[in-house]
Design a protein around this ligand. Structure first.
Ligand SMILES: CC/C=C\C/C=C\C=C\C(=O)SCCNC(=O)CCNC(=O)[C@H](O)C(C)(C)COP(=O)(O)OP(=O)(O)OC[C@H]1O[C@@H](n2cnc3c(N)ncnc32)[C@H](O)[C@@H]1OP(=O)(O)O
Ligand code: NDP
Length: 336
């Protein structure tokens, strides 16, 4: 490469790096390391953080939460445990699971068990279910929450990148669901199955194509089993969350923090969701208060999906004075 082109390419790379750095620092200054930013209309929609169901709603019930050591799975575990459930949390990192289990158990007084399991491996899933049967018996509540994801242009995805995400999300959910489903059927015990997907499972989305494809598969799996396995006492439901700040999701989907403002601007309720809010919804769907709910797909996103979908929604930024002008122009039109 000639010297001048080499120098200009290095300068471009430096400029990109500098841009990302400035962006990240400005995000940090604005929001601190953990703070939530929100639009002014968020004042209308304050998040309630306390458990919604009556205490004891999950007494004598066993709940398995995959990916329960972190983020949303951790919040769901905390809520179910607070409501009386004995919880089992399962994922790859045993140290993380054990720390979460101890913290939640000590707060709620109800035992939380930590079981190591890579949901991509059907043999590991079967052994994990053996362990669960020995610890608590088969669960009454199963929440398939474990997932993997990162933003990446599809032309940069390797076959293994595709396989990794689809294995965790679609195959992992299928292995856990089928293994437990079969054993529950054999034992004539009913259960509530809940899958956590995402709003783009329905629309598809560029730059997260393996996740979108796998989550759509999970939704097909759960709707199909809702129809087939009701006769065995099983319910299957789906929650599609919009953006809720967790380290796992935001570090992989919005690494610089630049995307967050755009998300909040388009969410009609003016803010991100909170882990406690989705935990309350998951608890309700998994509880006997929802025993007539099966095959449901619940979008829980502050209105983000419809906001993205409506062709004219950008007109929100038109001011009252501009509307006067627009209306006058439209009224002046005669005929076609
Ligand atoms: C802002 C939020 C708004 C909305 C959110 C909406 C939806 C959110 C959905 C979610 O699911 S968020 C949850 C996110 N949480 C996680 O992803 C946690 C678990 N993730 C992981 O453990 C890793 O990130 C993992 C998914 C990559 C899996 O780790 P593992 O160790 O098994 O894989 P490897 O590191 O060996 O990678 C496998 C394969 O993928 C390629 N790869 C990894 N990262 C990237 C990347 N950023 N870009 C491109 N490719 C990547 C990696 O190179 C390997 O492929 P090769 O072997 O090199 O071909
Ligand atoms: N936060 C958000 O804005 C949104 C999240 N979601 C969904 O919510 C759920 C929770 O995500 P969130 O809490 O944000 O992110 P996290 O990264 O905190 O949670 C993902 C969990 O999955 C576990 N996991 C990953 N790979 C495997 C594996 N192979 N086997 C077993 N467990 C695994 C991880 O544990 P470990 O590393 O120990 O294996 C981790 O606890 C996911 O299904 C995600 O798709 C959907 C829409 C929006």
């Amino acid at each position: 490469m000639p010297d001048t082109r080499k120098r200009s390419s290095i300068w471009l790379q430096f400029k990109d790096f500098f841009f990302v750095l400035v962006l990240s620092l400005s995000q940090f200054r604005l929001h601190g390391s953990t703070g939530l930013r929100s639009g002014s209309q968020a004042n209308f929609f304050p998040p309630l953080e306390d458990a919604m169901l009556p205490s004891g709603s999950f007494n004598n019930r066993m709940a398995l939460i995959t990916g329960g050591g972190t983020g949303l799975g951790r919040a769901m575990t905390a809520t179910l445990s607070q409501l009386g459930a004995q919880c089992i949390i399962a994922s790859r990192k045993l140290d993380v699971l054990q720390r979460t289990a101890e913290e939640i158990s000590s707060q709620t007084g109800n035992k939380v068990h930590a079981v190591q399991c890579d949901v991509r491996d059907p043999q590991a899933v079967s052994q994990c279910v053996d362990q669960i049967e020995a610890l608590t018996g088969l669960p009454d509540v199963i929440i398939n929450n474990a997932a993997g994801n990162f933003v990446c242009p599809s032309e940069r995805l390797s076959p293994n990148a595709w396989k990794t995400i689809t294995d965790i999300v679609l195959n992992g959910t299928a292995f856990v669901t089928l293994e437990l489903g079969k054993r529950l059927i054999q034992n004539q015990k009913g259960a509530s199955f809940l899958a956590i997907t995402t709003i783009y499972a329905e629309s598809g989305s560029g730059f997260v194509v393996p996740s979108a494809s796998a989550k759509a598969g999970v939704e097909a799996l759960y709707k199909s089993l809702a129809a087939e396995w009701g006769r065995y006492g099983h319910r299957f439901n789906i929650i599609q969350p919009g953006p809720i700040r967790t380290k796992g999701a935001f570090s992989r989907l919005d690494p610089t923090g630049a995307f967050e403002k755009a998300m909040i601007d388009r969410i009609p309720t003016g803010r991100l969701g909170t882990p406690a809010e989705i935990a309350n919804l998951a608890a309700y769907v998994s509880s006997n208060y929802a025993s007539w709910m099966s095959g449901a797909v619940i979008r829980f996103d502050g209105g983000e999906y419809v906001s993205l979908a409506g062709e004219f929604n950008e007109l929100r930024s038109v001011t009252p004075d501009q509307w006067k002008l627009l209306e006058a122009m439209i009224r002046k039109t005669k005929g076609s």
